[in-house]
Design a protein around this ligand. Structure first.
Ligand SMILES: [Zn+2]
Length: 91
């Protein structure tokens, strides 16, 4: 019980993962955050896809400006996630 609670507390959710993506790609995460982020990705195809999109964008633009770009992509992602939650058996 206690172990499970501790685990849940340490687990990050999609919104947090999305916020961490740019730092992750910048190598700005602490080791602990990086591990939690990667643990989340391992179980979350949505965030894996989001990370892939961010990587592709960075390759195209040669860099990333955290604010304008991610805001747009976050909105898109959140919308995607909303649809996915609304219809979990959809695919
Ligand atoms: Zn996720």
């Amino acid at each position: 019980m206690l172990l499970k609670l501790r685990f849940l507390r340490r687990e990050i959710v999609c919104q947090q993962a999305v916020e961490l993506v740019t730092d992750y790609l910048d190598g700005a995460l602490s080791r602990a955050d990086r591990r939690r982020f990667e643990a989340h990705l391992a179980g979350c195809p949505n965030c894996t896809e989001y990370l892939a999109q961010m990587r592709a964008t960075i390759e195209l633009t040669g860099g990333i400006t955290a604010d304008d770009l991610t805001q747009h992509m976050q909105d898109e992602f959140i919308e995607l996630y909303r649809q996915w939650r609304a219809d979990p058996d959809g695919r």
